[in-house]
Structures are given as C-alpha cells and as structure tokens.
Design a protein around this ligand. Sequence first.
Ligand SMILES: *Cc1c(COP(=O)(O)O)cnc(C)c1O
Length: 228
Amino acid sequence: MIVDNLQRVRSRIVQACSACGRSEQEVVLLAVSKTFGAAAVREAYAAGQTAFGENYIQEAVEKIAALADLPLQWHCIGPIQSNKTRLVAQHFDWAHTVDRFKTAQRLNDQRPPERAALNVCIQVNIDGGPTKAGVAPTEVLALAQQIAGLPRLRLRGLMTIPEPAADFAAACAVHQRTRQLFDALQSSGLALDTLSMGMSADLEAAVQCGSSMVRIGSAIFGGRQYPA
Ligand SMILES: *Cc1c(COP(=O)(O)O)cnc(C)c1O
C-alpha cells in the first residue's frame, strides 16, 4: 500500500534527522512516480504527498495533464535533451538535471511569462562516472554564476545521482563531497537552499550529509516494471 510505504519513508526521514540532530522540516520528500500511472499519484496525494519527481518528459507531461485538478508540484529529475526543454519549461515547477548553460538558457527563454520562475538545480557528476550526466565539480561554480543571471530561472542548489555505495560510510564519503561543494558555492555568495541527494537505498547517508531533498521511488511505489 502506497499510504503505508509513505508512512515508512517519512519515519525513516524523521529517524535519520534525529540521528544527526537535524529537524525533519529541513528535508523535503520528493516522491518519484516515474513508470507509475496517475492513479498511484492520486493515492500518494490522498496520503498527503504533494511533490512528485519524473524522469521521462513525455510520460510526465501526460500525467501532469491527467492530474491538473490536484495542487501538485512537479520536478523533472531525468535528462533534458534540447528538444525537450520547452515541455520542461511549460509543465514543471523544478528541473534538477541542468548541467549545461545552453539547457539553462533554453529553459529560461521558454518559461511561460505567466508562470513563476523555474526552480533549477545543477546536476553534478560527483563520483566521476565517465558516461554520466552532470557537470564536473570543478566547473560547477562557473555554471552556477551564469545560471544565476537568468531572470526566468531560480537557482536553488545541487543534485547528484552517485553510483550505488557498498555501505553507509561509502555513501557518506561521496555525499560529503557534494555537501562541501554546496557550502563552497554558498560561501561564494550564491543564495542556495537545496541539496537534492538521496534515493531509496541511501536516504539515511544523504540526510546525515545535509541533503534537503530526498528523491524516493521504489520505497513508496514498489518495484518498477521497466528499467529507469
Ligand atoms: C528513479 C530515480 C530516483 C528514485 O530511485 P529509487 O531507488 O526508486 O528511490 C531518484 N532520483 C532519480 C534521478 C531517479 O532517476
């Protein structure tokens, strides 16, 4: 049951926060509904969940339309090809996966004037996977400063998808590097408030390292039917 799963995930967040002296108010739960239909999202909404993450733009746009009667917040957490920026700018509240200025510029230019600024996170390739999306840590500051100048975007922070870690300590070691990068950006004068890191398997380690938004899919909706 989605309602029970949500309750369990919320308890994990509460416990993870109390284990490191943080307030649970500091951690937003993003329910990752990719591959699940509108009915599952309605069920989660009925259990109090309002923020949802989606990877596949076309799938998301259909779901967003089918759920337009609900006051939901939609986060794009999948790759954003140039030919998809318009859909993201039109339909989403957040984009977590910006890793090039060109993408940011297109989102900025295509954001409809009647909508609030699009919230944006820069995706960082924190563990150096050669084929992975995300900007290199050394290039984050320059990109952040460029994005901060775009009026229709609101730069909120950083997002990472590290490789699965062997254990808690290994997960923490990687998340800690993202945290340090985030702190460095803040010290440089950028007003950021979002560290989007932590999934079903590493929620606790991410919270301990300062995550402010965990993206949880399978622990809420169950196993996915096609690979993500
Ligand atoms: C699928 C996905 C998640 C959720 O993963 P789970 O392991 O199911 O919690 C989080 N973030 C991103 C970017 C994803 O693609």
